[in-house]
Design a protein around this ligand. Sequence first.
Ligand code: SAH
Length: 248
Amino acid sequence: MHVKHSGSYFLDLICILLVWYEYGMEDEAVYAARRERMVAEQIEDRGVRDTAVLRAMRLVPRHLFVTLPYQQFAYDDTPLPIPAGQTISQPYIVAYMIAALKLQPVDRVLDVGTGSGYAAAVLSRIVAEVYTIERHKTLVQYARKRFKYLGYDNIHIRHGDGTLGWPEHAPYDGILVSAGGPTVPPSLRSQLAIGGRLVMPVGASKRKQRLVRLVRRGDDDFEVDDLGPVAFVPLVGAEGWEREQGRE
Ligand code: SAH
């Protein structure tokens, strides 16, 4: 019987590592190409023209915001499952909602429903500071790691009930809510700056909503726009839907 000596096992190992590394590099190039196509075909061609939003969507590696089995679908025209029974929104809807916020580079934004952290990441490439809140602790832990790995240090993340906002850093120039509630939470209205914009799915049903934009014109003066039908996971909290027993 022929027995390999340990030196040759060492060479085998080096070869395996090299090939692994090369594949990794190729994946990044493949993902970058898919990302370009995603922005051109799913977002720009469908009418999102805000150059800062398009640039941010080109920058953020969406495949790093989903778990391994879903990475290959990260640039497809679809929402995808993330842990805790939640979803990362379809790329187009993320771009559309963020464009509807009409953001400026100096703005400070509150993002309710961090989920994977993808929308917060896109926001962080457009504005000065992003404050994001998520009610599921595991999602907060994953998202925090992603922000750190990517060096997105203008994102501040917290575990808690986002229907109550994050009063310590209010008022916000923009508020993005990525889960659907029965009404716009009064706490969020009150944390909006005068002239600030809020975009949120609102509806009487837990799974189907209308996308609504509020612009705060004065203390008690909000302009409301209906941006069309959407389907988001429920916003669960003190000023949202009640938590269902046994469902999570
Ligand atoms: N913006 C996310 C989308 C996540 S889906 C992304 O890019 O991946 C909506 C998220 O809202 C879910 O993770 C859900 O757990 C969270 N959520 C629901 N109600 C919430 C609440 N009251 N406060 C904070 N997060 C909430």
